[in-house]
Design a protein around this ligand. Sequence first.
Ligand code: 4NP
Length: 159
Amino acid sequence: MSKVKVLFVCLGNICRSPLAEGIFRQRVEERGLSDRYEIDSCGTAAYHIGKQPDSRSMANAKKNGVLYNHSARQFEVDDFHNFDVILPMDDSNYEDVISLKPRDSRARVVKMRDYDNLGNGSDVPDPYYGGEKGFQEVFDILDRSVNSLIDSLELRIKN
Ligand code: 4NP
């Protein structure tokens, strides 16, 4: 069976989307599903290309039992052909991604919090300028969203 290719997108690719990628990677591993997925993340902006994830995000994730790393890259039009599901973190990321979508792309673009039972389709807030509480809030939002995203993808794979 071919792998499902999942891409998480935020603005800088140093806070939200690499964390979403890291949580997804860990949760599929815990469920014994790692070989079914290809996972990556990127940002709509170019500011942080090549940088490691925000150290505050990584420290908070570690407290929650999730270790990850990533080198930031910018979203590119080819991603529409290389990924099946593209998950922007907020409305602004969603609009930026959709505005580049080629007509022949079959990729699904779904806002991350559409998978959050407590989210009502709202944004994953940007924790960049906030404190520790913000990082934990983002971790909890992403963990809920990632788990129900995996549930939903697994149902599609089986059916
Ligand atoms: P991210 O957070 O989009 O979750 O990676 C941000 C990181 C950096 C900036 C904005 C958001 N920035 O303006 O540099």
